[in-house]
Write a protein that binds this ligand. Structure first.
Ligand SMILES: Cc1cc2nc3c(=O)[nH]c(=O)nc-3n(C[C@H](O)[C@H](O)[C@H](O)COP(=O)(O)OP(=O)(O)OC[C@H]3O[C@@H](n4cnc5c(N)ncnc54)[C@H](O)[C@@H]3O)c2cc1C
Ligand code: FES
Length: 510
């Protein structure tokens, strides 16, 4: 089974240059996911010179870890949204999402982007009568907000359905191919795209700003942070809850799942999402779910749970891919899109929850309107400076291990250990080969947690993630974890609670 996304397997590589000089443009966009590339497209189309900087490859950030579903409603549900917000705000949100869907379709036809695009229905279902009320409530709120949902007699899933509704004409695609296709179509002398170019510093000025990368820099009047969560330290990060979610792809024996987006409540209130992906004449079933706050679940066990769920209900020939991705829930359930502060020329786009393919596109429409001086009808509802409640808790994570000996760390696992009061992130690659860094996150100083599924160090506070050698993978941190050399390995402390949890899972499954 490949530990990468299905989308990557079925995409070509992009080869945009790396930034190696100093240039000047109107707008610099940091991040080449759906949000950044869509912003670049709209701004260059409107006559601005643009430079987009992507630390890795275009579309291979969280956009490439999504399920490729594009829909008008919101993952949290209209019922939850309407507990916190009034009629006008919700209408605004749904209108902006509908415009984003229209824009994605237009792009696919205009640029002839081959991204396995399909128009499909979204089906919401409950598999247990206790959740029927949730579906009925979505149906009645959908009427109120002009969403065209109908009652549905869903028969294609391999378990009994208690209640279901559907909305036609939503979209499925391969998200990496869509974003790559868009990037290839807009790349020009006035719309620079740089890959393998990590932003390592931002110098904010009065009229112009300077964005620095290792081998070059860009001077620009406007900056758009399209990095999923803005880089560096910003107040709005305290309103965002970093969350991880898991996906698995497999091939099935016998009939394939009918085309569609399927979201349902099964054994818990949590939504499980299912879809088929057909490519080169083959079918793959993709199932996503089992989310948890960053640093607060055993990632390895979550993946096992997802695999067991699929095995219980489907006739699986082979699991082919597994991956996990991250998203940020804002504490009032609405993304933050627009000017960082009134009159500022720095723009933010974050808090997309699990709906960021659509919200990322909405953000590009809103921000490009604002830069051009148009009054977007959605500026108020998504305004990053609106009054938002702080998130309820500051997360400290619960899977760190700091009480027994370093020798007990299983090979291929990591642990935070104590060395004379210093907290150290230690990864045991092999017996006597330990990689160590400081466990203190370079963003705002929280302690990182070991992620056993991805083999990474994840910060529970604002979701920065680091490789075993301390390099940044994602999140607001701008700098790598500090290197730390251990002198004496024997006296260090460690707790083997991962092993205990694995044993109890084995007992549960047997
Ligand atoms: C399991 C899962 C399933 C999901 N399914 C769906 C779905 O079906 N539909 C949906 O709408 N949403 C879905 N989402 C949410 C969706 O993936 C995200 O909300 C969306 O992709 C965010 O897009 P983005 O462009 O803001 O961020 P990203 O795609 O993460 O792009 C940000 C880019 O910034 C780059 N970057 C970061 N730091 C730097 C730096 N210092 N310098 C330069 N570049 C930098 C990154 O490399 C990255 O490519 C899902 C999420 C998960 C976890
Ligand atoms: S991500 Fe903010 S302290 Fe680590």
């Amino acid at each position: 089974m490949k530990k990468e996304t299905l989308w990557k397997t079925f995409s070509e590589q992009t080869f945009f240059p790396t930034l190696t000089k100093r240039i000047e443009v109107d707008v610099v966009i940091i991040g080449g996911g759906i949000c950044g590339i869509s912003c670049a497209q709209l701004l260059s189309q409107r006559g601005f010179t643009v430079a987009l900087l992507e630390s890795g490859k275009i579309g291979e950030g969280n956009t490439g870890y999504s399920s490729g579903n594009i829909y008008q409603t919101v993952g949290v549900g209209l019922s939850e949204l309407s507990k916190k917000h009034g009629h006008k705000s919700i209408l605004n949100i749904l209108d902006s999402r509908q415009e984003a869907i229209r824009h994605i379709k237009e792009n696919i036809f205009k640029y002839q982007i081959e991204c396995d695009f399909e128009e499909v229905p979204i089906n919401l279902f409950s598999a247990l009568p206790i959740y029927d009320e949730l579906i009925q409530s979505e149906l009645s709120l959908a009427k109120k907000y002009n969403l065209k949902y109908f009652k549905n007699d869903l028969k294609e899933l391999p378990f009994p359905i208690s209640e279901s509704i559907k909305q036609e004409k939503q979209i499925q695609l391969n998200p990496i191919r869509y974003v790559q296709g868009l990037a290839n179509s807009i790349f020009s002398d006035d719309c620079h795209i740089f890959e393998n170019t990590t932003v390592i510093g931002i110098e904010e000025g009065v009229d112009n700003h300077l964005v620095n990368a290792p081998f070059g820099s860009i001077k620009a009047k406007y900056i758009v942070h399209a990095t999923h969560i803005p880089k560096g330290s910003m107040h709005i990060q305290e309103y965002l809850e970093p969350t991880r979610e898991y996906s698995i792809a497999c091939k099935l024996d016998g009939p394939q799942l009918k085309k569609g987006i399927y979201w349902g409540y099964l054994m818990s209130r949590e939504i499980i999402s299912l879809r088929d992906y057909q490519v080169n004449g083959e079918h793959f079933l993709i199932v996503s779910g089992f989310h948890h706050k960053v640093g607060e679940g055993n990632e390895y066990l979550k993946m096992v749970e997802l695999e067991n769920f699929v095995l219980k209900f489907f006739d699986v020939i082979e699991f082919t891919h597994q991956w996990s991705g991250q998203y940020y829930n804002s504490s009032d359930l609405i993304p933050m899109i627009g000017r960082r502060k009134e009159k500022s020329n720095i723009f933010l786009a974050t808090g997309f929850s699990s709906d960021g393919l659509t919200y990322g596109t909405s953000a590009s429409l809103i921000i490009s309107d604002q830069i051009i001086g148009l009054n977007s009808p959605y500026s108020v509802v998504f305004n990053p400076s609106r009054k938002i409640p702080l998130k309820k808790e500051i997360y400290v994570g619960n899977n760190n291990h700091i009480h027994t000996y370093l020798k007990d760390i299983p090979q291929g696992e990591g642990s935070v250990i104590l060395d004379k009061g210093h907290k150290i992130a230690a990864y045991k690659e092999k017996e006597n080969l330990i990689q160590t860094c400081s466990a203190i996150c370079t963003h705002l100083g929280c302690i990182v947690n070991w992620n056993s599924a991805e083999k990474t160090w994840d910060c529970p506070c604002h979701g920065s993630r680091f490789s075993v050698s301390g390099d940044i993978i994602e999140g607001p941190a701008l700098y790598a974890l500090e290197k730390f050399e251990l002198k004496n390995l024997d006296h260090l402390e460690f707790d083997d609670s991962i092993n205990k949890e694995l044993k109890s899972l084995d007992q549960f499954l047997s």
